[in-house]
Design a binder for this molecule. Structure first.
Ligand SMILES: NC(=O)c1ccc[n+]([C@@H]2O[C@H](COP(=O)([O-])OP(=O)(O)OC[C@H]3O[C@@H](n4cnc5c(N)ncnc54)[C@H](O)[C@@H]3O)[C@@H](O)[C@H]2O)c1
Length: 448
């Protein structure tokens, strides 16, 4: 249900006086009506990696009070222009991020480089004393994640990973409902994110100025296997194991982060079993265009899917013994289940009539129907929607910069980000090794 449908449904409900309760969620005050920040409290930051996401993040910072971007870095020169355009101002733009880390007037960095570069830039930034907003998935490998956790904690840095749902008021409401116990016991959770477009399948256009002159290809490869300049790999890096993690690193990570946040889970899944395949996009990519993974957690099971061949959008279902919680696009809905005791009429339907009638009569006498006043508002379906101008990206950034000032540890900190990324690595391990992937928490490695 989109916001327009939600509002239409809401007014129909009010007119008829029946059905679900509808609420338009209100953004938290830090994001909605921020107090002015004293100039002395302004957080000065730099952005490292100002590609598509980096520029999107930069533009969003214009809505966050008390922050100022003072430099940007990228290995592709046209990105320097794009970043300046995103900010509507001319600031220093360079290739080598180390020059930015050496600046003492910079408090924090936003890291939105390709996944395989996260670890190096993150570890260097922590060592240089910068607080870090790092894009998801936090790590490209299991080892990367633990090295990053260690670097952040050793340098006592404020860290936030960039799965913005964790700051969203939609997910906060979902969590409230989950924590209230209204769902009963939740043993089954499913989520999917399905798309059906070239962009959604990472088939990004190659800009006409892409060349070895405009791009520092060797530095971009970093620790990845050496190869000659290949703009397809540079711009469609998500398709290749050397630089990205495919669908799971791009999309599962948001689903896992959302589920961990709502359920208050702070662990790595114990086991993952994936299936899927590369059915449509046979363009030389390493990753499948359909992946489905079943995860074992201590108290529930999770089923995730990403399909690039049908646009079902993004969906979460939390299935409890007393109710169902659905997050779809910009709405979250709770629907109670009928948990009243019912006589087993089917089984007794072919008992001899007298025996059946006696059984049902006795059962009904022992279980009188509740009166109208026994139903409470809690048992109604409720639907909550985001307001039009709400941005969870701005909210996520606002939370990060507030923590840079307060020094309070964030929810989506390095441990949270590492756990979510490890869920992704388990899914890919299982897919490629064609076996169940088991997390060994002592050895900190994936085994079969
Ligand atoms: N949170 C979200 O919803 C979301 C959305 C999109 C992308 N992302 C993440 O953001 C990151 C960037 O994705 P993108 O789509 O912007 O990719 P992109 O290819 O458009 O941009 C990445 C940029 O990083 C630069 N870069 C790489 N290594 C560098 C280095 N060592 N120094 C300086 N610059 C370097 C590249 O030159 C490139 O311009 C990825 O981790 C991706 O998973 C997150």
């Amino acid at each position: 249900m989109n916001r327009r449908e939600f509002l239409q449904a809401g007014s129909a409900t009010v007119a008829s006086g029946v059905g679900a309760r509808h609420t338009l969620l209100q953004p938290a005050s830090i994001w909605a009506s921020p107090r002015p920040v004293a100039p002395s409290d302004t957080v000065r930051f730099a952005s490292i990696g100002v590609g598509v996401r980096g520029c999107e993040l930069l533009r969003s910072t214009l809505r966050v009070p008390g922050v100022e971007c003072v430099a940007v870095c990228d290995l592709y020169d046209s990105r320097h222009t794009s970043a300046r355009q995103a900010l509507n101002k001319t600031i220093p733009a360079i290739r080598n991020y180390k020059e930015v880390l050496n600046r003492q007037d910079i408090d924090a960095v936003i890291i939105a480089v390709t996944d395989h570069q996260h670890r190096k830039v993150f570890v260097d930034a922590c060592a240089a004393g910068k607080d870090v907003y790092c894009e998801k998935p936090m790590s490209h490998t299991v080892e990367d994640g633990f090295a990053m956790v260690e670097a952040a904690q050793k340098a006592n840095r404020i860290v936030q990973i960039g799965s913005q749902r964790v700051s969203s008021i939609l997910y906060a409401r979902a969590k409230e409902i989950y924590d209230s116990g209204k769902l009963g016991d939740v043993y089954a959770i499913e989520a999917y994110w399905d798309r059906n477009s070239l962009g959604g399948a990472f088939v990004c256009p190659i800009p006409p100025d892409a060349s070895e002159q405009s791009i520092d290809w060797d530095r971009w490869l970093g620790g990845a296997p050496k190869r000659s300049f290949d703009p397809v790999r540079f711009f469609r890096w998500r398709c290749f194991t050397d630089y990205g993690s495919g669908l799971v690193g791009d999309l599962f990570v948001h689903l896992i982060s959302g589920i961990h946040f709502v359920t208050g889970t702070d662990t790595v899944p114990q086991r993952a079993q994936s299936t899927g395949g590369l059915f449509h996009y046979k363009d030389g990519r390493d990753f499948p265009d359909l992946i489905e993974t079943f995860y074992d957690y201590p108290n529930f099971r999770v089923m995730l899917r990403c399909n690039l061949n049908n646009a079902q959008g993004e969906f979460f279902g939390f299935y409890g013994t007393k109710g169902t919680l659905i997050i779809r696009d910009s709405t979250v809905a709770y629907t109670p289940q009928n948990v009243r005791s019912e006589p087993d009429e089917y089984t007794v339907s072919w008992w001899p009539t007298a025996m059946r009638d006696e059984y049902l009569g006795k059962w009904k006498a022992e279980h009188p129907l509740p009166g109208a006043s026994d139903f409470t508002l809690d048992e109604q379906t409720e639907i909550h929607a985001l307001p039009d101008d709400y941005s969870d990206v701005v909210h996520h950034e606002a939370n990060f910069f507030a923590a840079v000032r307060s020094r309070k540890r964030l929810v989506e900190n390095e441990e949270f980000g590492n756990h979510a990324a490890l869920g992704c690595h388990l899914a890919n391990y299982s897919y490629f090794q064609r076996t169940a992937a088991v997390w060994d928490p002592v050895a900190r490695r994936i085994t079969s």
